[in-house]
Design a protein around this ligand. Structure first.
Ligand code: OOB
Length: 585
């Protein structure tokens, strides 16, 4: 029987024809690869819904989720999380949300994130993981493009009224039938806590080869792309990460970064901890003032941070009154961690640094816990799987010798074969034989470790937050006074990179101040981390020999401008918080 029966351990059956693509709009692994990945034991025919059921049966009373926010900290056992997910799943089904439906989940680090995501996993509806920092433009696009049936939000965060945004979107997006408010006052919408019904057997649960969710790509084009991940492939990346990061049932993982991002979700992240039957502790803000007391109180053993936060933590650790002695592993990734900063981690925090170079599209590299110090501080790790194929190639796709620098291409058991509903883009982002063009420029050492040397994609990596230059340029071009615009990365001592927008005004335009340009972009409803840190007015752009605009020269020009000549950029939104001031650079 292909059905979930609440409180039983029936494993869902793989679909009768596992080779038949469950989602025709998504390019998937050819059968020869799929059968190899199954035979190797990478894909084990598990689903996330079933995984939680099994853990709850194995140790119902162990604590799964700790949410310290609110008047009284909440501690949900595995049995409670399992039961909540079942009840919410039944409530969603009763409201007509069914297998294959898309649900935009934009929740902060609160316990309801897990209840929601596991309920959706159980019924085979797909969470679309938006970040709390996303605003009207991004959310409208996610809802429209995925034809989302529901949108799950907090009432308010950092002064932003998510219900106001939801009210606008339900009017505009015909498919959007439900808004569920996970905390506070639901206003005109339904409280998530009311979406509950007596659990009943789910007659048509997802198969392991089905899509589990859609992740967001950092992107380098005008609109973000969506990344389709299956239960089988994502669970493998989680299990493989657990092995490499030493996660077992005694681990305690602190979710410091936004819970829906791929890094804190699966590298090894909250899902790794839940897979191991360990404890997940939610951190409302990622700065030391919120995280350090939780590390002491909950005996946190590992967490993951982007480089600017890791710098803050290492700076704060020597003088903190809190005991950080339980911390065993600090994962740092999302952007390049400088060697100098990497060397400071162990002396300051007393734990092992694990560099992680990953991407929501799949491939994740880790330095190993037993790598020597030099490897840990100078490389970004090596792949999870022996079946991760790595190519480092020149501009003509010829392999460069080991030790040479080139474009990173990859294919493997948890790297997608194409974005969701993006055939034209897929033709550019994937080779004919299925390698993903990461857009990263790397060097591979003799031990197979990768060193990230740069980036070929037109993106800014602002302290781990990815910004597609073209997306911001399109918004700048919408300004009536703007004739042309180019956005490039410039170095920043704290964030690694920040954005600089070069703008040519129309000949007949009134003079404009940089602040007015930033305000214009913000008011178009873009996440604030995408608002240019610096706006520079110019009369022409440098050109290449063939008359194309030279972003390389623009980057060089902006790197020559001393950072002190311009106001300090704000912290990445993953670092800032509603109630604590953004850390200064
Ligand atoms: C993680 O995922 P995404 O999808 O937000 O961004 C992926 C991109 C990579 O292609 C690379 O350009 C950059 O972020 N990146 C790094 C890096 N880790 C990611 N660049 C240099 N050094 C690193 N250590 O960012 C992500 C996903 C899973 C685990 C960790 C990070």
């Amino acid at each position: 029987m292909n059905a979930y029966t609440p409180k039983t351990l029936t494993r869902p059956q793989a679909s009768a024809h596992p080779e038949a693509p469950a989602h025709p709009e998504v390019p998937t692994w050819p059968e020869e690869f799929a059968s190899r990945y199954r035979a190797a034991g990478w894909w084990r025919g598990e689903t996330f819904g079933q995984m939680l059921r099994e853990r709850a049966a194995d140790h119902p009373d162990r604590v799964a989720i700790v949410d310290p926010a609110g008047p009284a900290p909440r501690r949900w056992s595995y049995a409670e999380l399992d039961d909540r997910a079942d009840r919410l799943a039944a409530g969603l089904l009763a409201r007509g949300i069914a297998k294959g439906d898309k649900v935009v989940v934009q929740l902060p680090n609160i316990a309801e994130f897990f209840e929601t995501v596991f309920a959706l996993f159980r019924i085979g509806a797909l969470p679309v993981f938006a970040l709390p920092a996303h605003r009207e433009t991004e959310i409208r696009y996610f809802c429209t493009f995925t034809e989302a049936a529901a949108y799950v939000i907090p009432q308010e965060l950092g002064g932003f009224d998510y219900r106001g945004l939801a009210a606008k979107l339900v009017d505009e997006v015909p498919t959007l039938r439900h808004v569920f408010v996970a905390d506070g006052d639901p206003g005109p919408f339904e409280a998530l806590s009311d979406v509950t019904a007596e659990p009943a057997a789910i007659t048509d649960p997802p198969a392991p080869s089905d899509l589990a969710f859609l992740q967001l790509s950092g992107g380098s084009t005008g609109v973000p792309k969506l990344i389709p991940r299956t239960h089988d492939d994502y669970l493998y990346s989680v299990r493989g990460s657990n092995d490499i990061c030493g996660v077992d049932e005694d681990s305690v993982y602190l979710v410091a970064l936004p819970a829906g991002h791929n890094f804190p979700l699966s590298s090894p992240g909250s899902l790794g901890a839940l897979y191991a039957g360990a404890r997940v502790v939610l951190c409302p803000r990622p700065g030391p003032e919120a995280a350090f007391p939780l590390i002491e109180a909950e005996g946190v053993t590992l967490t993951g941070l982007v480089p600017p936060l890791a710098l803050l933590w290492t700076d704060a650790a020597p003088t903190t009154p809190y005991d950080l002695g339980s911390l065993e592993v600090l994962l740092v990734g999302g952007a390049k961690f400088s060697e100098e900063a990497a060397r400071r981690v162990k002396p300051a925090l007393g734990c092992t640094l694990q560099q992680v170079f990953g991407m929501a599209e799949g491939l994740v590299n880790y330095t190993r816990l037993d790598d020597d110090t030099e490897t840990i501080v100078t490389t970004q790790g090596r792949p999870i799987s022996p079946d991760d194929e790595i190519r480092v190639v020149d501009d003509e796709d010829n392999d460069v010798p080991t030790g040479g620098t080139g474009h990173l291409l990859t294919r493997g058991p948890y790297t997608i074969r194409g974005y969701w509903k993006a055939p034209e883009h897929n033709a550019r982002s994937f080779t004919a034989d299925g390698f993903y063009r990461t857009g990263d420029v790397v060097r591979r050492t003799g031990t197979g470790h990768l060193v990230v040397e740069g980036r070929a994609k037109d993106q800014i990596n602002r302290g781990g937050e990815k910004i597609a230059a073209e997306e911001v340029e399109n918004h700048l071009l919408a300004h009536p006074s703007v004739h042309d615009a180019n956005v490039v990365a410039e170095p920043d001592p704290y964030l690694g990179e920040r954005t600089c927008a070069y703008v040519i005004l129309r000949a007949d335009a009134e003079p404009l101040k940089p602040v007015a340009v930033k305000k214009f972009v913000r008011e178009r409803g873009l996440a604030s981390y995408k608002v240019p840190d610096r706006v520079e007015f110019v009369t022409a752009f440098p050109q290449t020999g063939v008359g194309k605009i030279s972003k390389k020269d623009l980057r060089a020009a902006s790197a020559r401008t001393p950072a002190s000549a311009t106001p300090s950029p704000s912290a990445p939104s993953s670092c800032s918080s509603p109630s604590s001031p953004a850390p200064s650079a």
